[in-house]
Ligand binder design. Structure first.
Ligand code: 3H9
Length: 708
C-alpha cells in the first residue's frame, strides 16, 4: 500500500492506518492507499471487518490544502477525487469503523462519515472548517452530516466552521461510541461486537430520518442565512454551505452531492478562498525566522512583570494571566494602580457575565496578578514588558531602572508603537536582551504581536519572543526597527489618504462606509477617533522636522485637534459621541471645518466614488508595504498581510494588502499609483519593488517564494 497507508490485521479484523505526518492530510497517495486497502479487505474472505485509524497525533485533518491551487485548474473537479473513495468505503460489504483521535476535520470527517460507524477518543474533535478557507465541504460533508446530526447541527457546523468535541459529537449522533481506554483496542472490539451481532454495514447516505420536514427546515435555513450575513459579512462560503445542506433536504443523495460540487467549485474559484488560504499558510509561515537556528535556546517564561497599568499595560497583564503566567503589575502611584486593577477586574467580570469565562477561571487569573508600586519581585522575572506613556525619555528612564533590578538573562520588552528600540536599548547595559513587543488594543483580545528586533537583540531573545507569542495565543510577527515598524508605518499613509479624501470632497461617513463595506472592521476615521487623534497629532509635531515641506499635509486633522476634538475620549473627533457605547454621529460642525481647511489648502472639492476611496487608501498600504519589504523591515510580503489581518481589521478574505494587490494584478495597482502621483504629488511615488515586480508580471507571493 506504500508508506502513506498501511494495512495490517488483528486476526479477522483489518487495520488501515494513515501515516502522512504531521496531520494525515489527504495528500496524493493517501486516498489511493485507502481505496486499495478497502478493495483488498473485500477480496479477502478471512477478513470480517476493518478499522480506519490515523497514525501519529491525529486522524485526518482534511484534504491537503496545498493542492488546492492546482485543483482550481484541475479537470477532476468532483470532490477533488475524494467522492469515489468515499463511495468505495461506504459500498464495502464488510463493516468499517473510523477510529478518531486528534482531529477529523474537513475531508477527514467526510471520510469518517463514509465509514459505517465511528468511535472517538474523548479528546477528539470533529468539524467541517472549510468555510474558514473560503470553501465548503466538497466530499459530501454537507450531505452526510445532516443525515447523522440533523439539519440544525449540520448547518451550524458547515456554515460556522467551528469544531465539536467528542462528547458533543456523540450526543449529536456523529460518532457512535466514545472510547474508554486505548482507541485502537476499543475500535477493534467495536467491529467484533458489530460482527457478533450480525450487523450489516450501515450506510450514512441511506439514513434519511434526520432530514426533517420542509417547514421546520425552512426556518432553520432562514435563521442561518440571516446570522451568516451578519457575522460573516460579505463572505460567500457560509451562504453556499447553507445552500448545500438545504440541497441535502430537497434532493436525492447523488443529486445533493452534485449540487455540493457545483457550490464547492464556485467557492474554490473565488478570490475569497485565495485570500483565506493565503492567511492560513501565512499564519504558520510567520513563525519561521530565517537565520535563527531551530536549536536556539528558548527562555522558559515562568514569571513576568508589566510596568504601566494603563489601557495597554492592563491588557498585556491579562494576556499573561490568561496564559497561566504569574505577572507583577507595577505602577508609579496607588491611584493609577487601583484604576488599572479595577479595569482588569471589570473586564474579567464582563467575560464571566457573557459566559466566556467561569467565575472560578476569572478568579484564578486575577490571583496570578500581583499589584506593586515598587520593583520588588522583578529580580526573578523572566520577562518585563514596559507599557508606560509613549515618550522616549520616560521609556529610557524605565529601562535604565530595569537594567539595575532584573536578572542578566531577563527579556526586557518595550510595548512601544513607534519609538526607536535601539535608542531604548542603549539606556541599558544589555541591549541584546531588549526587544519591542508591540501589542494591539485591546491587548487581551487582539491576536497580533509585532515583535521588533533591535540591531543588538540576540537570537535567543527573538526565539523566546516568538515562542512566547504562541503561549499568549498571539500571532507573533518579527519586524525591523523603523519608524512605526511595519503596521503603523503603513497605517500613516492609509489614514493620510482618508484625510485627504475628506478634504477633496468625500464625507467622513462616506470614507468609513466605503472601507467598512469593502470588509475593514472599521473605517480609518472612526479608528482615529477610537485610538485618539491627539496621538497622531503629537507624532506629526514630533517628526515634522523630518517631513518634506513640499508634500501635502492633512490640515484638517490638525484643525480638529486644535479644537480639542481628540476622538471618543473627548466626545468628539471626526464624529460626535453622545453616550458611551453608542455609535459615532456625523457632525455638521466637522463638515464645515473640513470645507474651511480645503479652502485654506486651495482644494476644489469634487464628487468622490467608493472605488476611489478604496484605491487611494488600500494602494497607499500596498505602496508603503512594498517599500518596507524592499528595505527588509518585513521578512516576507505575507508577514505584512498577517500584521494587517490580525492587528488592523483587514478582511482575511482579501488576503491582506499584499495578497490583495497580487489578486488585483501588480501592473494595475502600479498604474493607478502612477496616476495618483501625477495628480496628488510625490507622496505617491511608486515603491521601486512594486515597479519592478509589476514590470516583470510578477507577484509579491512569487517574491516571497524566490527568497525562501
Ligand atoms: C477540506 O478538507 C475540503 C474537503 O471538504 C475536501 C474537498 C474535496 N493540508 O496548524 P499546525 C500543515 S479543506 C495541508 O501548525 P496544529 C500546516 O500548514 C481542509 N497542510 O498544527 C503545518 O505545516 P508547517 C479542512 C496542512 O497542531 C503543519 O501541517 N481542514 C493541513 O497547531 C502543522 O499544522 C482544515 O481546514 C492541511 N489540511 O493544528 C484543517 N493542515 O509545519 C486545517 C495542517 O509546514 N488544519 N497542515 O507550517 C488545522 O486546523 C490545524 O493544522 C490542525 C493542527 C488543528 C489540524
Amino acid at each position: 500500500m506504500g508508506e502513506l497507508v498501511s494495512l495490517t490485521r488483528q486476526s479477522e479484523i483489518a487495520i488501515i492506518t494513515i501515516n502522512n505526518p504531521p496531520v494525515n492530510a489527504l495528500s496524493p497517495g493517501v486516498p489511493e492507499g485507502i481505496a486499495a486497502s478497502v478493495e483488498s479487505i473485500n477480496n479477502d474472505d478471512s477478513i470480517k471487518g476493518a478499522v480506519l485509524i490515523g497514525g501519529g497525533r491525529t486522524f485526518i485533518a482534511g484534504a491537503d490544502i496545498k493542492t488546492f491551487e492546482s485543483l482550481r485548474s484541475s479537470e477532476n473537479r468532483r470532490g477533488a477525487g475524494l467522492l469515489p473513495l468515499l463511495t468505495a468505503i461506504e459500498d464495502s460489504q464488510k463493516p468499517i469503523v473510523a477510529a478518531i483521535h486528534g482531529t477529523a476535520f474537513g475531508g477527514g470527517l467526510e471520510v469518517a462519515m463514509a465509514c459505517h460507524y465511528r468511535i472517538a477518543a474523548p479528546s477528539a474533535q470533529v468539524g467541517q472548517p472549510e468555510v474558514k478557507l473560503g470553501i465548503i465541504p466538497g466530499a459530501a460533508g454537507t450531505q452526510r452530516l445532516p443525515r447523522l446530526a440533523g439539519v440544525q447541527k449540520a448547518v451550524e457546523m458547515c456554515a460556522g466552521g467551528n469544531p465539536v468535541g467528542a462528547s458533543d459529537a456523540f450526543k449529536a449522533g456523529i460518532v457512535d461510541k466514545l472510547a474508554e481506554g486505548d482507541l485502537l483496542e476499543g475500535a477493534v472490539a467495536f467491529v467484533r461486537e458489530l460482527i457478533a451481532k450480525g450487523e450489516s454495514p450501515r450506510r450514512t447516505r441511506d439514513l434519511n430520518d434526520k432530514l426533517g420536514d420542509a417547514a421546520a427546515n425552512s426556518a432553520i435555513f432562514e435563521a442561518a442565512r440571516a446570522s451568516a450575513r451578519k457575522t460573516a459579512r460579505g463572505l460567500i462560503a457560509p451562504l453556499a454551505a447553507i445552500d448545500a445542506v438545504e440541497a441535502a433536504t430537497r434532493l436525492s443523495f447523488e443529486e445533493g452531492c452534485r449540487r455540493e460540487t457545483e457550490l464547492f467549485q464556485q467557492c474554490l474559484q473565488s478570490d475569497q478562498s485565495r485570500g483565506l488560504i493565503h492567511i492560513f499558510f501565512g499564519e504558520r509561515a510567520v513563525s519561521k525566522i530565517p537565520g535563527i537556528a531551530k536549536e536556539t535556546r528558548v527562555i522558559d517564561i515562568k514569571k513576568a512583570a508589566v510596568v504601566g497599568a494603563g489601557t495597554m499595560g492592563g491588557g498585556i497583564t491579562m494576556s499573561y494571566a490568561n496564559a497561566g503566567i504569574p505577572v507583577i503589575l507595577k505602577e508609579a502611584s496607588q491611584e493609577f494602580l487601583d484604576r488599572g486593577l479595577a479595569t482588569i477586574k471589570k473586564n474579567y467580570d464582563t467575560s464571566v457575565k457573557r459566559g466566556r469565562f467561569t467565575r472560578e477561571y476569572a478568579d484564578q487569573r486575577m490571583a496570578l496578578i500581583t499589584p506593586s508600586l515598587t520593583y520588588d519581585g522583578f529580580s526573578d522575572c523572566d520577562i518585563v514588558v514596559e507599557a508606560v506613556f509613549e515618550g522616549m525619555e520616560l521609556k529610557k528612564q524605565v529601562f535604565a531602572e530595569l537594567d539595575k533590578v532584573c536578572k542578566p538573562d531577563a527579556v526586557l520588552a518595550s510595548n512601544t508603537s513607534t519609538l526607536n528600540v535601539d535608542e531604548i536599548a542603549a539606556s541599558t547595559s544589555r541591549p541584546k536582551q531588549v526587544i519591542g513587543h508591540h501589542f494591539f488594543s485591546p491587548a487581551n483580545v487582539m491576536r497580533l504581536l509585532e515583535i521588533v528586533r533591535g540591531k543588538a537583540t540576540s537570537d535567543e531573545v527573538i526565539a523566546t519572543s516568538m515562542a512566547l507569542a504562541k503561549k499568549l495565543k498571539k500571532v507573533g510577527v518579527l519586524v525591523g526597527n523603523c519608524r512605526g515598524f511595519v503596521g503603523n508605518r503603513m497605517f500613516a499613509p492609509y489614514q493620510r489618504e482618508a484625510q485627504f479624501l475628506v478634504e477633496e470632497g468625500a464625507r467622513v461617513e462616506q470614507v468609513d462606509a466605503a472601507l467598512y463595506d469593502w470588509g475593514m472592521a472599521m473605517g480609518p476615521l472612526a479608528v482615529g477617533d477610537l485610538a485618539g487623534l491627539d496621538v497622531g497629532w503629537r507624532i506629526r509635531k514630533e517628526y515634522k522636522h523630518l517631513e518634506d515641506p513640499s508634500l501635502r499635509y492633512p490640515l484638517v486633522a490638525d484643525r480638529l485637534c486644535e479644537q480639542g476634538r481628540y476622538g471618543q475620549k473627548t466626545g468628539s473627533g471626526w464624529y460626535r459621541y453622545e453616550d458611551r457605547g453608542k455609535g459615532p454621529i456625523p457632525d455638521p460642525g466637522v463638515q464645515k471645518l473640513i470645507e474651511e481647511s480645503a479652502e485654506e489648502a486651495g482644494i476644489t472639492r469634487r464628487e468622490i466614488t467608493p472605488d476611489e476611496i478604496i484605491e487611494r487608501t488600500i494602494y497607499a498600504l500596498v505602496n508603503e508595504g512594498a517599500r518596507i519589504l524592499e528595505e527588509g523591515f518585513a521578512l516576507r510580503a505575507v508577514d505584512i498581510d498577517i500584521i494587517y489581518v490580525y492587528g488592523y481589521g483587514f478582511p482575511a478574505h482579501r488576503g491582506g494588502p499584499m495578497c490583495y494587490a497580487d489578486i488585483v494584478g501588480l501592473n494595475k495597482v502600479y498604474d493607478r499609483i502612477c496616476d495618483f502621483e501625477r495628480v496628488h504629488g510625490a507622496q505617491w511615488a511608486p515603491a521601486p519593488l512594486l515597479k519592478k515586480l509589476a514590470g516583470e508580471g510578477s507577484t509579491f507571493a512569487e517574491y516571497d517564494r524566490a527568497r525562501q
